[in-house]
Design a protein around this ligand. Structure first.
Ligand code: F6P
Length: 540
């Protein structure tokens, strides 16, 4: 296959980018009053505004040439057919099956849909039992608190969605999340809980992850210390692909919820990894989340690239990374409920695409995913937006807002949206020195010439705005699937395996070798002087 950098589509895009190098966004808007109409894309009642990106109406058709050149439709077909497109791990990539209904989806000649449906049915029954009080703790008391112990993909998705959908949560049940190996995470969570009313979900695809296993052991110790070993069966359930390890840990296999190695950790919210979320919002709402994701799947599989939201997000990311030269992207939800979305996307996007070696084992040859970070607006405005406006660094911003609020407090939502739209406008157009001076003079400010340079805003900072109708389970499901398919598309465009994560292994490997040295069970040897010095400082 021809590397994407050598395709005519890439060369066309390169020439086009060269022609736009010195163009300012404010001029693009000034010269084309129809710019928004031409560069905003709608899907159902969603609106994706790309008009503040550094593109012209010619750019997207050129970039769509890359979609064809990389054969994204062919890769979609491979994914849907259950081919092992996670090629370094030899696995199929079928999180779409988890929100699919009906027709068979095969992996190695086996239809996985009955397995998926069976686990969903068990999750539904379990949620009903906990909510109704039929599932009780060892002392016969109902469950009031659920603690999910997991990390990475076994934590971030359900945690983010539980916060995002807090407006829909069932009464009388609190759901907590513990991830960090630092004992402070578990200790502070347990401090407010009563073991008699607490249910733990141990969520780990592999059931070997150090953080999760340590937290699970400490939680079991806490519970058994209060209620005895026999109580563990009524207070611990597990979600894993490794049911033998679940049993070895001491959790009743009847209380284990399976998933499969064709579900990547960071794509696993839709599987039984979503159990804490389903408990938090109820299984009917969890099904609405799945339906929303499925609707986005159908859109991604069928819409042409210029009307296809995941494709457009992917093409714009590639454009910014490889043709505009931007190295970071800020995700800025103007929604308190989506406050954890940037953190969730950090794993989804950076663990998937933070790579440089392609499927042929060769360097990709161009920058891949920019660094992703972010915070909800308006809080970020009072923290780091100063740098976005005047820090002299070009970056791309992604604003996400909802037309209607999930908590309709009078006077809040219009102000929130006004701030969101104002920020993208300010970043786009900037303010010239002449404008700054004129403003100061009109306001009869003292020393306008002195102050004017500080009031210059270079502008030309590109941004995307995604306007959602409202934040509900269906919309959230579609939103997450939108980013999953964006990741898939970029993986194809850069010819990367977006589904492995070898980069997380090395640090773990070294940590395992340092642990006996820190515990004093092995001599401090074979390490650099900094590491040896740090270990010595702790041990002294
Ligand atoms: O960070 C590496 C990773 O393997 C992630 O991909 C995964 O989501 C996380 O660790 C947790 O893994 P597990 O679910 O197996 O505990």
């Amino acid at each position: 296959m021809t590397p994407i950098l050598n395709t005519p589509a890439w060369k066309h895009a390169e020439r086009h980018a060269h022609g736009l190098r010195d163009v300012h966004l404010r001029d693009l808007f000034a010269h084309d009053p129809t710019r928004f109409q031409r560069l905003a894309v709608r899907w159902n009642d969603w609106l994706l505004d790309l008009s503040k990106q550094r593109i012209t109406p010619d750019t997207l058709p050129l970039l769509a040439g890359l979609w064809e050149a990389a054969d994204v439709p062919g890769w979609i077909a491979k994914m849907r057919a259950g081919e092992p497109i996670n090629h370094t791990e030899g696995r199929a990539v079928l999180h779409i099956a988890l929100r699919h209904a009906g027709s068979p989806i095969q992996v190695d000649g086996h239809d996985v849909m009955p397995d998926v449906q069976a686990v969903l049915a068990r999750m539904r029954a379990f949620c009903a039992a906990v909510h109704s009080g039929q599932w009780r703790g060892a002392t016969g008391e109902p469950i009031t608190d659920v603690v999910n112990i997991g990390i990475g993909g076994s934590d971030l998705g359900p945690r983010m969605a539980t916060q995002a959908l807090a407006a829909f949560r069932v009464p009388h049940l609190r759901v907590h999340y513990v991830a960090n190996l630092d004992g402070a995470d578990l200790a502070t969570t347990l401090a407010g809980l009563n073991p008699r009313n607490t249910l733990f979900i141990i969520a780990s695809k592999t059931f070997t992850t150090q953080e999760t296993m340590q937290n699970a052991c400490s939680a079991r110790h806490w519970l058994a210390g209060a209620l005895g070993d026999a109580a563990v069966a009524r207070h611990f359930v597990a979600v894993s692909t490794a049911l033998d390890k679940v049993a070895a840990f001491g959790i009743d296999p009847d209380n284990a919820f399976a998933f499969w190695d064709w579900v990547g950790g960071r794509f696993s919210l839709w599987s039984a990894i979503g159990l804490p979320l389903a408990l938090a919002i109820g299984f009917d709402k969890f099904e609405q989340l799945l339906a929303g994701a499925h609707a986005m799947d159908e859109h991604f599989f069928s819409a042409p690239p210029l009307e296809n939201l995941p494709a457009l997000l992917a093409l714009i990311e590639l454009w910014n990374a490889d043709f505009v030269g931007l190295q970071t992207r800020a995700v800025l939800p103007y929604s308190q409920s989506l406050g954890l979305l940037p953190r969730y996307l950090q794993q989804l996007e950076m663990e998937s695409l933070g790579k440089q070696i392609d499927r042929a084992g060769k360097p990709v040859g161009c920058p891949t995913l920019p660094i992703l970070w972010g915070e909800p607006g308006t809080n970020g405005q009072h923290a780091f937006y100063q740098l976005l406006h005047q820090g002299g660094r070009a970056l791309s911003c992604e604003f996400i807002a909802c037309r209607t609020p999930d908590y309709p407090l009078a006077g809040h939502h219009e102000k929130l949206l006004a701030n969101c739209f104002a920020q993208s406008a300010a970043l786009m157009k900037g303010k010239t020195e002449a404008e700054a001076l004129a403003e100061l003079q009109a306001a009869h400010a003292p020393a306008p010439d002195f102050l004017a340079p500080y009031k210059i805003f270079p502008g030309n900072q590109p941004s995307t705005t995604l306007l959602l109708p409202r934040l509900d389970p269906h919309t959230l499901g579609a939103l997450i699937a939108l980013y999953e398919h964006k990741v898939f598309t970029l993986g194809v465009l850069w010819h990367l395996d977006a589904f492995d994560q070898w980069g997380v292994e090395y640090g773990k490997q070294i940590a395992n070798s340092l642990l006996p040295m820190l515990e004093g069970e092995a001599p401090v040897a074979g390490v650099d002087s900094s590491t040896a010095g740090l270990i010595a400082a702790v041990r002294s």
